[in-house]
Design a protein around this ligand. Sequence first.
Ligand code: GLC
Length: 457
Amino acid sequence: MKNLTLILLVFLSVQTILSQEKKIWDETETEKTERLAWWTHDRFGMFIHWGLYAQPARHEWVKRKEKISDEDYQKYFEMFDPDLYNPTEWAKKAKAAGMKYAVITTKHHEGFCMFDSEYTDYDVMNTPYGKDIIKEWVEAFRAEGLGIGFYYSLIDWHHPDFTIGKRHSIQTAQTDKEYAALNKNRDMAKYREYMRNQVTEILTNYGKVDILWLDFSYPGKNGKGREEWGSVELLKLVRELQPGIIVNDRLDLKDYKGGWDFTTPEQFKVDKWPEYNGQKIPWETCQTFSGSWGYYRDEHSWKDNKQLLVLLIESVSKGGNLLLNVGPTARGTFDYRADAALNGMGEWMKYNSPSIYGCTQAPEAFVAPANSILTYHPEKNRLYVHLLDYPMQNFLMPGYAGKVKYARFLHDASEIKMGKKHGAWGNDGTNAEDLNLKLPVTKPHVEIPVIELFLED
Ligand code: GLC
C-alpha cells in the first residue's frame, strides 16, 4: 500500500513538472474562445507586407533569392521615401472590401524596422521618410474601427548577431566548419535580447494591439526553433504586455498550453477544419493576390474576383478566417490590381457579408447541394448556400424538406419559392426528403449569388 502511494506521488509530481514545463499561461478553453470571439466573428482581414523590398519590387525574399549583400541592399534603405503613403486611404479600402482587421509587417526577414526603435539604426526614422510608419498606420486603422495586428519577423538577415544557417540571405557555408567560421562573432543570445526589446517596443508604444504574428520557425540542423528564439520567454512576455492579444502558431510551441492561439495554413486551401489532438482549432489562412507578399511589379499570376471570393467563403465554411495580403508600392500606394481585387470583393461583401460575419461550418445534417458552399450562422439559425455555378430553375436541396421555413436571395431579400416537385416530369428522381427551390433562370447580377435559408427551430 505504501509502495502504491509512493508510486502515485512520484507519478503525480512528474505530471506536475511536465505540465509546468509545457505551459505558457493558464486559460480555460472557454476563456480562450471568448478572447478570440471578435476575431472568429470577423472572419476577414488584410495582411500588409511592406518594407524596403517594395523598391526592388521582386519579392520580399529578394535579398536571399538574389544573394544580395548588406552593402548592396543599403541603397534601398537610403532611398526609402514613400511620399504618397496615406494609411487612412488604406484603411478605408480595407473596410470597403469588408475586412475587419489588418496585420502589418513591423519588420520582415530583411531586418528593416518600419517603427521607431531604440535598439537599431536600421529603422524608418533614419530613412529619408523619417517618420514612424507604424504609428501613423495604427492611428489610421484604429480610427476606421479596424482591429490592428503586427507581424514581426523572427528571422533577421541584417542583425550582426543573428547566426547564419538555413534560410539566411548569406548562403556561402556548406559544411559545419564553414558555418562555425561565419558565426564566430555572432551571438544568438544577444539577438534574443534584441527581439525581446523590440517586441516590448511594438507592444508598448502603440496602445492596444489585437494580433501578433511572429514568423517563423524551422527547427533542426542549422535551423531555428524554440531554443534559438527563446520562444517560451518571448511569448510569456507578449502575454504579460498584452493579455488580450491573439498570437499565431509559428514560435515552435505547438505542444505548449497557451503556446499559440490559431494555426496558419499559408497559400493553400485546407480540405477540412484543421485539428490538433483530435480537436477542431481556430485557424486563418493567409493568401496573396498574386505570387508574392511584397510588391512584385512583374508578377502576373493574379487571382480573379471569383477565386478570391471562393477563398473567403470556403474558409468560413470550414470554420476559418482569411487574411488576404496587399503588398504596397514604395510610393506608399496600392497597385491598381490590388485595388481592383479589393473593389470586387467589396462589391460582393456589401450585399453578402451576412453569410460571412459570425458564420461557420454548417451542421452535419446539411449537405451542400452540387456546386455550392454552405456557411451557417448559429445565433440566427440561418444557412447560406453560395452558388458557385448558377443552376437552372429547379434547384434540388437533398434532404432539406421540412427543415426550411423561408428562402430568399441574400443580396436583395427577394423570396425564392419552395416546392417538392422537380421539373414537369412525373418520375424525376426527387423524393420526399428533398426540397426544390424555384430559382429565376437569369443569374442575379452577383458574382456568387447566395441563398439565405431560415431554418425551422
Ligand atoms: C512566409 C514567408 C514570408 C511571409 C509569410 C506570410 O513565412 O517567409 O515572406 O511573410 O510567409 O505568412
